[in-house]
Write a protein that binds this ligand. Structure first.
Ligand code: GUN
Length: 293
């Protein structure tokens, strides 16, 4: 059996067309949704995410303002940019690309973002609202995964979802959202991490397995139950002399082997990645709507 490919690119295209329609409507009322992006340092992966986000904004008719600071930027300089975005009426949503070169600054910087403009849903107030099931803006990658599953006809309610990875950006918010009594939730969730004993004993029990560990080949075919749905959140650069840039992107899952066992699987690239950007556009437009009544 070869798995159904969960095509994040196609689902994203459909959603982005809907979002572009909503932007046109807002623009006809003289409201242009705007996104402020701050990139600190020159991590190649972060640079390419930010470029992809900008291109997607432009295509959807969303105004975007990007500010880049060197890796050596002081805490005060970073906070000044965040404050300028907070005050700028052209900007409805703010995104600070993570990780910051100095991880110790992340809490302060995320806390400085106006929660009403926090398109990532990373501000503690919004994390708390999400945790309590209150209306809020949901972090883009987990929210994108839930929409990809829904639009691909995969039922989450009642399923046992095993998540490998406990990051604040993916694993933990995803576990929270899936376990809620809500339209996109109602799953039974197991969360695994680097200290989990006998990882395979958990992954083999998954109806839906989400790999978000940030390490190639974390999930091999022996770790996947026949007929499971596999969602690969990993984006890892591995050297490849035959590739144009000298590297290629692979996920956390051994795709070629696992696709012969799974019922459905997301590719890398073209699976979860485009959905993250789509949900960012979605949140930005929702903010603009809300801020303009
Ligand atoms: N780095 C990796 N994923 C994300 C994301 O969704 N938002 C931000 N701000 N940084 C990230």
């Amino acid at each position: 059996m070869s798995a159904q490919i969960l095509d994040g690119k196609a689902v994203s295209e459909a959603m982005r067309a809907e979002i572009a329609g909503a932007v046109q409507e807002l623009r006809s009322e003289d409201v242009t949704p705007g996104l402020g992006v701050l990139l600190v340092g020159d991590d190649p992966a972060s640079r390419s995410y930010v470029t992809a986000k900008e291109k997607a904004c432009e295509k959807a008719g969303i105004f975007s303002l990007e500010i880049r600071l060197p890796a050596t930027a002081a805490r005060g300089e970073i906070l000044d940019v965040v404050q300028s975005f907070n005050k700028d009426t052209r900007i409805d949503g703010i995104l600070v690309q993570l990780p910051l070169p100095d991880a110790d600054m992340e809490d302060d910087v995320l806390f400085a973002v106006n929660p009403e403009k926090d398109v990532d849903g990373f501000h503690p107030v919004n994390v708390g609202r999400m945790m309590l099931g209150m209306p809020t803006y949901l972090p883009c990658t987990p929210h994108g995964i839930l929409h990809l599953l829904k639009r691909s006809g995969i039922k989450v309610a009642g399923a046992h979802v095993v998540i490998v990875g406990r990051s604040n950006i993916v694993g933990r918010p995803l576990a929270n959202m899936l376990s809620q009594k809500s339209e996109l939730g109602n799953a039974t969730v197991t969360m695994c991490h680097t200290r989990t004993r006998d990882l395979a004993s958990h992954t083999l029990r998954a109806d839906i397995l989400v790999a978000a560990a940030g390490r190639p080949r974390t999930i091999t075919a022996e770790m996947v139950r026949e007929g499971a749905v596999v969602v690969d959140v990993g984006v890892n650069r591995v050297e490849d002399a035959a590739a144009k840039n000298g590297y290629r992107l692979v996920g956390d899952v051994d795709f070629e082997a696992v696709k012969e066992k799974a019922a459905a699987i997301t590719p890398v690239p073209g699976g979860v990645g485009p959905m993250t950007i789509t949900m960012l556009l979605y949140n930005t437009v929702e903010f603009a709507r809300r801020q303009n009544g």
